[in-house]
Write a new protein. Structure first.
Length: 425
């Protein structure tokens, strides 16, 4: 017996298909690690303090001098950001090394970050003066940092504080908390809508329709719908839900301003529910097919009706498959942005879709989404160096949300799977 086992083990070690599968799995893990490394590296730049230099250089307008944060430097040039008195992102300069006359790093240099995101540099403790003679009010200063003499501990603490402000802050202050809330609420609402419908369709296909013509047609439709681009679902949701149903509701209510017909949380959740419905149906039906037939026959033999057998025997045993369907639906829906931009997600929403005011969950409100925030920061921002770093931070946060939801579902699924195995035995 041991010789047979050794021969089988030796054949598996020399199986090229096994090595190919292992290589592909390792390649996928390396790709995932590379994505995470890029996101973390770029996200750290969004919160790291930038040193401040005193520069003097030659230009076509003559000799110039300024106090500026050095954003980038190499052997040929520097990219610096001066005090932003007018607007955020308006004071970037590119200075050639050959034109530099002076480059010092004063120990008393400080960076002031205002509540609107602008940065102003100064030396000493006195508030700096703008070219027009005005000074920022103390109440407008959100952060005052001695950029050139921070210790490692102070730098780490500052970065953690900035990261927390980014996650928990409001949209006006550059935070993504409204987008985080909107993403989580949307995914959970979508799951509540799609899971019952997907499970019922899978039950009908597997337990009632069997291999009939209608079942074959519906399975083929589900397989084809799973490959439809997400933006098509967004156009469908815009026409059917927003303009059709929502516009009809506003007309019945004689609303002067569009409430339901202007896009919102409910229409976005329904659109994503349609988007993920094929995934839920296919995964659930595969789980139902793995339920032992003996359990069905035993329940029917004991006098249970077919509905009772499905509700009390089949579905409890197939709960791991239901959670697998939930995981796949969350993974598909959480990162979709294109359909949401058509049916409810906006760049800035004045109120959260979930708050302490009755009815607490506001289905007609437009909302912010982390995917939309990544798009706006990366492509539509006015300060490319800082906005790109924040876009990577928002993308990393979105990945953490998706992984967190999936991890919780996986833990529950594994526990239910063990119970299902005990029941099957």
């Amino acid at each position: 017996m041991s010789d047979v086992r050794h021969r089988r083990a030796a054949s598996r070690r020399h199986d090229p298909g096994l090595w190919l599968a292992a290589g592909m799995a390792g390649l996928c893990l390396l790709a995932l690690a590379a994505v995470l490394a890029v996101l973390v590296q770029q996200a750290v730049r969004a919160f790291a303090p930038v040193p401040v230099a005193e520069l003097r250089w030659r230009s076509d307008a003559g000799e110039q001098q300024m106090l500026a944060a050095v954003v980038f430097e190499d052997a040929h040039e520097l990219v610096v950001r001066g005090s932003e008195w007018q607007r955020r992102g308006a004071e970037y300069r590119r200075i050639a090394r050959a034109d530099l006359l002076q480059l010092d790093w004063p120990a008393d240099a400080r960076s002031l970050r205002l509540h609107d995101g602008r940065e102003i540099h100064r030396r000493g403790l006195a508030l700096p003066q703008a070219p027009d003679g005005s000074r920022p009010a103390a109440a407008d200063v959100a952060e005052d940092v001695a950029s050139n003499r921070l210790s490692r501990g102070e730098t780490a603490g500052l970065m953690l504080r900035r990261a927390w402000d980014f996650v928990a802050g409001t949209a006006q202050g550059g935070g993504v908390f409204p987008a985080l809330v909107g993403t989580v609420v949307l995914v959970l609402l979508m799951s509540v809508l799609v899971m019952p419908l997907g499970v019922l369709l899978a039950l009908w296909l597997h337990e009632y329709a069997g291999s009939g013509r209608s079942a074959r047609v519906l399975r083929a439709a589900m397989a084809n719908l799973a490959g439809v681009p997400a933006v098509i679902y967004g156009l469908f949701g815009l026409v059917l839900f927003v303009n059709g149903v929502g516009g009809g509701v506003d007309a019945l209510m004689h609303s002067a301003t569009p409430r339901w017909g202007g896009g919102g949380l409910l229409w976005s959740a329904l659109t994503l529910a349609l988007l993920t419905l094929p995934v839920v149906v296919i995964a659930t039906e595969e789980g139902l097919a793995r339920v032992p037939a003996a359990l069905r026959h035993g329940a029917l033999a004991l006098g249970a009706t077919r509905a009772e057998m499905l509700w009390r025997v089949v579905l409890p045993v197939a709960r791991p498959a239901l959670l697998t369907a939930f995981i796949l639906a969350v993974a598909r829906a959480a990162g979709e942005v294109a359909p949401l931009m058509l049916v409810g997600a906006v760049r800035y929403a004045p109120a959260l879709p979930l708050d302490g005011e009755f009815p607490y969950l506001h289905l007609s409100r437009q909302f912010m989404h982390l995917g939309q925030s990544v798009y706006d920061l990366a492509l539509a921002g006015g300060d490319a160096p800082r906005d790109m770093a924040q876009a990577h931070a928002a993308a990393l946060l979105l990945l953490v949300v998706v992984v967190g939801l999936n991890a919780a579902a996986i833990v529950v699924r594994n526990r239910l799977r063990e119970r299902a195995r005990e029941l099957a035995v």
